[in-house]
Design a binder for this molecule. Sequence first.
Ligand SMILES: C[S@@+](CC[C@H](N)C(=O)[O-])C[C@H]1O[C@@H](n2cnc3c(N)ncnc32)[C@H](O)[C@@H]1O
Length: 546
Amino acid sequence: MGSFLPNKIISKPDNNQSADSLNFIDLFCGCGGFTLGMERAGFKCLAAIDFNVEAVATLQANLSHIKHVLHRDLTAFGPDELSELIGVNHVDVIVGGPPCQGFSTARKVGGANHGERLNDDPRRHLYLVLLKYVAFFRPKVFVMENVLGIKTAAGGEYFTRVQSEARALGYRVHGQVEDAWELGVPQKRRRQLIIGTRADIPGYFSPNLRPSPCALPRTLLGAAIGDLPPLRAGEGENECAYDFSRMVKHLEHNGDPAYKYLFEVLEIDLAKKLTNHVARPHSDRDLRDFALINEGESSAVAMRNGVEFEFPYDKSSFKDRYTRQSRSGACSTIVAHLSKDGLMFIHPTQNRSLTPREAARIQSFPDWFRFPDARTHSFRMIGNAVPPLISEAVGRAVISFLEKENFMSDEINQNCFKDIPKDENEALQWLVPLLDLDSRAYRRVSKDDFFRGWTSVLFLYSGLHPDGALERGSISCETEDIPTVSRIEPRLLTPYYKTSGWPVVLVPIAEEAWRRFESGNFGEEELYCADAQMAGMHYRKPELFS
Ligand SMILES: C[S@@+](CC[C@H](N)C(=O)[O-])C[C@H]1O[C@@H](n2cnc3c(N)ncnc32)[C@H](O)[C@@H]1O
């Protein structure tokens, strides 16, 4: 097999900026979790927009160097107005987290997440706002963050529409789930990313986000909050001196992981004061109930162990009323609902729920980032935010996607690559024998023959991402226009899966590619063979590379 980072392949013109000069806008920016991480990754924020007055004020107060932090309703404020206001029409990246309440699996009607009331929820259509900005600015990359519920809401309709509408705008789109715990955030939090890369830009966006160098792969809850002064329910101050002697003891017990998280992620040395460390009051009855729960236990587990709680509600429906978090694991997902009550977020060792500062630390916000004194506002914006450590990982993945082009030189010479088709006819010659095989027959195909078939797929379908190939859902029979392919084998175009755009007939080949990858028979650079993709792009549109 050929080498996959060749000395000579294709160059893509307009895209060789360094990370320093890459810019972005953040739509539905909240208090700036996404903004902060993108900036830490090296991007410059041109504008951040949200219609929540407290969130915008918080972002502005903490990231005061950002010139355009705009308090606007994005359903009324269009990209043309933004472009005029900021005097810029070149945007590299658009990020956005349209509100997720409309998709949250926590909201069910009639036992399902697709009742009429939910379908009508106007917040579900806010992704269209993001695509409107994408259509106007044509950024190189866009990233939309949402809850996992977007994938199944209304039978997958919204998840499909975002992707098919973005493909229609000329983007290579795929979904990817990020797992905050695996990326160094002391929290169980999994979110859906939908990533679009402009289809004239070669390469595949990284299938995995990598942990920030600032964080260890996993951070325990105890390491992240154990240095904060103990409080009783109702105690604390919005601003007080930081107790460094406690921190020293904490570091003695928790070692390097705590040191790294406190200094490199929370940047405690840059915070002048300890802020927002105020515990909400609880009723005496709740406090007596809390005291019955062991560290890491929920009320359901405690009841199974014979504990009798005082709370007056039906014990079978409300068995999960309380959870005491554990120092030695990940905290439950920090959610905006914390603004209503903290019963699922009882401190591991103290008899109270978490403070806003603790919640912010669990979300990886630095200690110098100050939230409003009003607890309701601060909990809501903290729970809504993308953890900055995650958005930093997203930003670094975007940079490495855009920087890959630096490996490319000025010419294409496919003859160097015996495994990459030189034209569509050769691609079809290599691909067609792999159609309609059963799984046992696939296993008998030699590695070289299978790889040539697979590079042919990537050559012919440079606008698709291998990660989307296993996404099923509904099927469309409309035809897309790739003339040489359709003349010879129409099934290579239709029907196709609406969500991913992958032709149905190719999915068994993609499944075999994934099987070979997972069994170690196929490397990452073979599964995501960008050379084959670029060769196909160059074959069809050489002017892109001139
Ligand atoms: C999930 S939060 C985004 C959090 C943000 N990405 C972060 O990391 O901090 C969704 C945000 O959308 C905002 N929002 C909802 N509808 C809006 C609209 N029509 N115009 C502007 N902002 C809106 C809400 O105020 C909320 O802050």
